[in-house]
Design a protein around this ligand. Structure first.
Ligand SMILES: [Zn+2]
Length: 128
């Protein structure tokens, strides 16, 4: 399992390297290119269980939450018990944990009608 907490203190240089996708984006910020690549990823690539926790300035309307299931293919957006913290999770194929997380978080970038602004607080990628 690879995971990182992104709030509180900056990532170490080693973690920055580990969590930067091939397009030079930090996985927690999301990468639209990784997201699009994950749509038809090579089936030979490893499968990852990804979890991305994020906060937003205000609550996501129920309708937008439901929308995730329509647009989100295999992703799920849940609201754990803590207010204004959401969990986006799903399975994706990618060459590394960083790409897997960047692709899942990229879903949020690609779907601004769901969340306009978000801050990722924690990321996790498990090689399944
Ligand atoms: Zn990328």
């Amino acid at each position: 399992m690879e995971s990182a907490i992104l709030t509180g203190r900056p990532l170490s240089p080693a973690d920055v390297l580990r969590w930067t996708c091939p397009h030079d984006r930090l996985a927690g910020r999301g990468c639209v290119t990784c997201y699009q690549a994950s749509a038809d990823a090579d089936p030979a690539l490893p499968l990852w269980d990804v979890a991305v926790w994020f906060t937003i300035p205000g609550p996501i309307p129920i309708r937008a939450l439901q929308d995730v299931h329509r647009h989100g293919r295999r992703f799920t957006l849940d609201q754990p018990s803590t207010p204004l913290i959401y969990l986006l999770s799903g399975q994706t194929r990618a060459g590394s944990g960083a790409e897997a997380v960047a692709g899942v978080a990229g879903f949020l970038l690609q779907n601004r009608h769901i969340v306009q602004e978000f801050t990722v607080t924690e990321i996790r990628a498990i090689h399944s």
